[in-house]
Design a protein around this ligand. Structure first.
Ligand code: SF4
Length: 409
C-alpha cells in the first residue's frame, strides 16, 4: 500500500515537473520577443496559479526577467469573499517584491449592482443578454491596457490563466464560456478578444503558459507547492480551500462572480459554506435567487408592439421584455443590503472578514439613478408592465387580437 502511495506521489511530482517544464519552454519561446509583460489576474484558481508560478520562475532565474512586469487585477466587486481576501494577501506579497499591481474596476455606473439596480438592466442570462463579462471584466481591462501600451514602446505580452488540459489542446479549442469545464470567467476573452480590441491591435500579444495543465496540477501548485518557501511562500492555499480543501482536487470548479446568474448552481459558494469559518456567508445564497426573480415579468416593462429601431428598421423581437421597474430595483437593493447587513453582523460577532457588496458610493448612485428616473437605452418608461395582457404582435406587424378580454379571464 505504501509502495503505491509513494509511487503515486512520485508520479504526481514528475507530472508536475513536466508541466512546469513545458510552461518554462513556452515562456522562453514567446517571452524573449517582448520587453514588457502583463498578467491578467482575476484571483481565481487558474490565473492565480499562473501568476505565482510566473513570479517564482522569474525569481529563480528559470526565465529571464522582462523589462517591466505589470499585474492587472480584475476586480469585478462580485468575487467570492475567500477569493477576494486571498487576492488581497497575494497583492501585498507582490508589492513586497516590488511588482506593480494595477486594480482594474469598471466605472461606477457600469458595475454589476449599479447597472442592474440603478439603471434597471435585467440580470444577465445565458440566452438573451450576456452583458456582464464584457462590461465588468473585458472593457475595464481593455481600457487599462490601452493606457498601459500608450506609455510604453513596443508590444506587450499579456499572460493569461487560460487552461484547457490536454484534450482541448489537441482540439485547439479555447473555451470562451465561463460555465464550461471549470474555465475561469473572462480568461478566454482576455486570450482571444483583447489582442483585437481597438487601440490594442498589433500592440498586444497573449500567451497562456498553463494551457496544458490539468486541474489537479492547479490544485497541487496552489495547495502544496506555492505556499512553501522554496516556491515563493505564496498565500495560495486559501484559494484551493475556498473550492473545498482536499476534495477540491476532484472538482473542476469554475470561478466567477458570487451568485452568477449564468451558472447552473452556486457551487463555489456552496463549497465555501461547508467550511465552518465561512458558514456565516450563508445569506449570500439569496443573491442568485434574487437575480432569477428579477427576470420575471411582474418586475419588468414590455414593448407593446413592434419596435422601430433608430435606422427605421423593425426590431426582431416584438413585445420583448425589458428593464426593471423602479419598484423592482428598490426591492432588489433592499434585499442586497439586507443580505450584506446580516452577513456583516455575523462577521463582526465572529471577528471574521466583512463583505462589501454595495458600498456607500454605489448605494447613493443607485438611489440617484432611480430618483432621476433613468431607463436603459431604447426605453422611456411609459411601456406597459410585462404582465399586461396584450394582443399578440408578430414581427411583420400582424396583430392577433386576444381571444378574451381581461374581464373575461
Ligand atoms: S461570473 Fe457570471 S456574472 Fe460574473 S461576469 Fe462571468 S458570467 Fe457574468
Amino acid at each position: 500500500m505504501n509502495q503505491i502511495d509513494i509511487f503515486g506521489a512520485g508520479a504526481r511530482r514528475m507530472q508536475m515537473t513536466e508541466s512546469i517544464e513545458l510552461t518554462i519552454q513556452s515562456l522562453l519561446a514567446y517571452g524573449a520577443d517582448h520587453d514588457h509583460w502583463g498578467v491578467a489576474w482575476s484571483g481565481g484558481k487558474d490565473s492565480s496559479a499562473t501568476l505565482t508560478l510566473l513570479i517564482y520562475l522569474i525569481d529563480t532565474g528559470k526565465i529571464p526577467r522582462p523589462k517591466t512586469l505589470t499585474v492587472f487585477y480584475a476586480d469585478t466587486r462580485q468575487e467570492l469573499l475567500p477569493l477576494a481576501a486571498s487576492a488581497r494577501q497575494i497583492m501585498d506579497e507582490l508589492e513586497e517584491r516590488g511588482i506593480k499591481v494595477e486594480v482594474v474596476m469598471a466605472p461606477l455606473d457600469d458595475r454589476f449592482m449599479v447597472y442592474i439596480l440603478g439603471r434597471g438592466v435585467p440580470p444577465p442570462n445565458n440566452n438573451t443578454l450576456r452583458w456582464c463579462t464584457g462590461q465588468i471584466k473585458i472593457e475595464p481591462m481593455e481600457e487599462a491596457l490601452r493606457r498601459h501600451v500608450e506609455s510604453l514602446e513596443g508590444q506587450v505580452l499579456m499572460i493569461t490563466g487560460v487552461r484547457q488540459g490536454e484534450s482541448a489542446i489537441r482540439d485547439r479549442r479555447i473555451e470562451m464560456s465561463c460555465g464550461k469545464d471549470g474555465a475561469e470567467c473572462g480568461q478566454g476573452w482576455y486570450q482571444q478578444v483583447l489582442p483585437n480590441a481597438k487601440g490594442l491591435r498589433g500592440r498586444l500579444a497573449t500567451l497562456a503558459p498553463l494551457l496544458h495543465w490539468r486541474v489537479c496540477h492547479v490544485w497541487e501548485w496552489l495547495k502544496h507547492w506555492a505556499p512553501t518557501a522554496e516556491f515563493g511562500d505564496w498565500s495560495t492555499a486559501a484559494i484551493a480551500d475556498a473550492y473545498g480543501g482536499d476534495e477540491a482536487e476532484e472538482i473542476n470548479a469554475r470561478t466567477g462572480c458570487v451568485g452568477c446568474p449564468l451558472a447552473q448552481e452556486d457551487s463555489a459558494l456552496d463549497t465555501v459554506l461547508k467550511n465552518p469559518h465561512w458558514a456565516y456567508l450563508a445569506p449570500m445564497k439569496g443573491i442568485k435567487v434574487l437575480w432569477r426573480e428579477l427576470r420575471e415579468p411582474q418586475h419588468r416593462l414590455r414593448k407593446a408592439g413592434i419596435e422601430r429601431l433608430k435606422d427605421g428598421s423593425i426590431g426582431k423581437n416584438p413585445q420583448r421584455m425589458g428593464p426593471l421597474t423602479f419598484e423592482a430595483r428598490l426591492m432588489g437593493l433592499e434585499r442586497i443590503l439586507a443580505i450584506q447587513a446580516e452577513v456583516n453582523a455575523a462577521a463582526t460577532a465572529l471577528g471574521r472578514p466583512l463583505v462589501d457588496m454595495v458600498n456607500a458610493e454605489e448605494e447613493a448612485r443607485i438611489r440617484e439613478l432611480i430618483a432621476l428616473e433613468t431607463w436603459p437605452r431604447g426605453w422611456d418608461g411609459d411601456e406597459p408592465i410585462a404582465t399586461t395582457i396584450m394582443d399578440t404582435v408578430y414581427q411583420n406587424g400582424a396583430v392577433q387580437p386576444r381571444l378574451f378580454s381581461e374581464a373575461e379571464l
